[in-house]
Design a protein around this ligand. Structure first.
Ligand code: PLP
Length: 372
């Protein structure tokens, strides 16, 4: 069986270094807000090319804390609107709601699957305060027009970079493409921990200081609370192993790109729509999404050929039971993606033979004719 994402295999590439880092942290006796965390924040800020990085407990918190900090800074108020792609993972939308803001869904572009800059402007209102582009599947959103719209309307741009560690846009890395960014180190992400973790990156000194306090009970100094904060920390053990894995991130992303290059070239089945990539450096292939009108049958066909695939995502956020406020809304581009999307295995632990097996099985999918 070719697993979609075999975390044991992915992490085994660095297991000796990771075990050493964890053992060192355990014996240090210091588990929260220490040297490893500081080192990771410095390393990750440098990697992204920005001034500040603040570790958080997970990616959802990273995004929510950015907006809570903007509220403390007087830049946003409860009930203000944040524009977010309708086809994102639900965490982007939940972060906006948890920060007391109102998510306004925007259709994606049908080719890139990222938020459509053309559609943003028509949904801006007096209450709009920010745009949250999501670098979905690992590909950077169309940042130049997004930043231009934001500048014209005095909006903040908050990147959801949870799927796109190391992806670039015009030579700059994610985390340094807007006013602030939220990252996730959930184990399956391109830079994955062995538990939960997240980070905020920004070049804005006041935002960095405010966010750091909010993530720590609203406090810079123990028992002195200046904001109504939350508790969201990247612990020392996760930071220690992320310090190891960050060194290999570019190499791992290149392995993903090499698999993607083969898929793009060698998958020739006319029933499949391959993702359109205009620049390989913009994509880190957290997910390799294909579209197929007979998605469910294709998934069964691949399963029968020993290939595990996933769907990102089966139900769009506006159709979720939890999101009744969007009931009745229609987002046809989003709905089509959710109906037809299938994610092929694409990760650094895959061998050439496995990649070939996936390509052969996809090309061998006969479609409906088989059933007649
Ligand atoms: C994973 C993910 C998140 C949330 O990260 P967690 O660490 O699981 O909280 C947010 N947005 C997107 C697009 C994600 O894929």
């Amino acid at each position: 069986m070719i697993r979609y994402c075999d975390l044991k295999k992915i992490n085994s590439a660095y297991i000796d270094e990771i075990n050493e880092a964890i053992a060192r942290t355990v014996s240090s006796g210091w588990y929260i807000h220490g040297d490893e965390g500081n080192r990771f924040e410095n390393n990750f800020a440098r990697y992204c090319g920005c001034r500040y990085c603040i570790g958080t407990g997970n990616g959802l918190d990273a995004l929510a804390i950015i907006m809570l900090a903007y509220r403390e800074m007087g830049i946003m108020e409860s009930g203000d609107e944040v524009i977010v792609p309708a086809n994102t993972f639900i965490a982007s939308i939940l972060a906006i709601i948890q920060a007391g803001m109102k998510p306004i869904l925007c259709e994606p572009d049908a080719i890139s699957y990222n938020i459509s800059p053309e559609k943003i402007e028509s949904i801006i209102t007096e209450r709009t305060r920010a745009i949250m582009p999501v670098h979905l599947y690992g590909q950077t959103a169309e940042m130049a027009p997004i930043l231009e719209i934001a500048r014209r309307h005095s909006l903040k741009v908050i990147e959801d970079a949870a799927q796109a560690h190391g992806a670039t846009y015009n030579g700059k890395r994610t985390g340094n493409l807007g006013d602030a960014a939220g990252f996730s180190f959930y184990p399956g992400k391109n830079l994955g921990a062995m538990g939960d973790g997240g980070a905020i990156t920004t070049n804005d000194t006041q935002l960095a200081e405010t966010a750091r306090a909010i993530a720590n009970y609203g406090s810079h100094k123990k028992y002195i609370n200046i904001y109504k904060g939350v508790n969201s920390r990247l612990d020392e053990i996760q930071a220690a192993l992320l310090n190891i894995k960050l060194q290999y991130l570019d190499k791992d992303n290149e392995k993903r790109r090499n698999i993607a290059r083969r898929y793009l070239k060698e998958i020739t089945n006319p029933l499949i729509i391959l993702p359109h990539i205009n620049c390989m450096e913009r994509h880190v292939f957290h997910i390799f999404p294909i579209l197929c009108k007979e998605r469910d049958t294709l998934q069964q066909h691949l399963e029968a050929n020993g290939i595990e695939t996933l769907v990102h995502y089966p139900i769009p956020p506006h159709k979720q039971e939890a999101m009744k406020e969007f009931a009745g809304a229609e987002y046809p581009v989003t709905e089509r993606i959710h109906r037809e999307e299938l994610s092929l295995p694409c990760n650094p632990a895959m061998s050439d033979e496995e990649t070939t097996a996936v390509i052969d099985a996809v090309n061998g999918f006969p479609g409906r004719e088989q059933k007649d």
